[in-house]
Design a protein around this ligand. Structure first.
Ligand code: URA
Length: 236
């Protein structure tokens, strides 16, 4: 992310922002080897090499944004006292310390975001952004249109009403139904609890998208880094 050079110097622990202006004016700062004396210049420290008095700035860790297809059986905590496999063990040669954004149950698979950017994680989880989460659920039996409408309108679980959801029936078999459900909350085991509340057990659950960011063809256990465009897509 681009920031004013003064701010970057200050954040790197060099000096205050005001002092940074002096240093810049005195020609002590270079960007990609070129002295800058101009004030207010905006730079992305992840992209450009900044030096102060000939020494590289110890800028903060590069921000990374990852989309993982979480397999069933993995937990989204950073440590598990019960010794179950943790999602971050699926990431190979990762110098940054990333953490999962929100949770996905051990028995649920699909799209999981991981990052080392705390602000980004907070925004994804904040209800104000109303980021949709799309799930594919296989539920036992054949829930009636009326019951699904109840879920769509909001249903009381644990003394709190859920926000409206969107539900589409994809296939109906004798003993099970596949539905797509879109919600923008992230309450614990929410989809399972919503269907349980109308008397239909969720047999399989997969998150297929966050907002307009789709899991696509990413195979189970695989991950990829998100582009800046995809990150903005999440909030659009
Ligand atoms: N709803 C659930 O029931 N489980 C999840 O992991 C996510 C949403």
């Amino acid at each position: 992310m681009e920031e004013r050079l003064q701010k970057i110097l200050a954040r790197a622990g060099i000096c205050s922002r005001r002092k940074a202006e002096e240093h810049i004016r005195e020609g002590k700062v270079t960007i990609d080897g070129i002295v800058v004396t101009e004030m207010g210049i905006r730079v992305d420290p992840d992209v450009h090499h900044i030096e102060f008095e000939g020494k590289p700035l110890a800028v903060s860790e590069k921000k990374v944004y990852i989309l993982l297809n979480k397999p069933k059986g993995y937990v989204t905590t950073m440590r598990d006292p019960q010794g179950r496999p943790i999602v971050t063990s699926l990431l190979k040669n990762m110098p940054e310390r990333v953490f999962p954004v929100g949770r996905l149950d051990q028995d649920t698979e699909g799209a999981l975001l991981l990052t080392n950017d705390g602000d980004f994680a907070q925004n994804i989880l904040h209800p104000k952004f109303e980021i949709n989460r799309t799930y594919l659920a296989i539920v036992a039996g054949r829930p009636s249109r009326e019951l699904l409408l109840k879920l769509e309108q909001g249903i009381e679980i644990e003394n709190r009403r859920t926000w409206p959801a969107r539900i589409k029936v994809l296939t109906t078999k004798k003993r099970k139904t596949t539905v797509e459900i879109i919600i923008h909350e992230g309450r614990k085991r929410q989809v399972r609890k919503m269907f349980a509340a109308i008397g239909h057990t969720v047999l399989e659950l997969k998150r297929t998208a966050y907002g307009r960011l789709k899991l696509g063809r990413l195979s189970s256990g695989k991950y990829r880094f998100l582009s800046k465009k995809e990150i903005t897509l999440l909030f659009s």
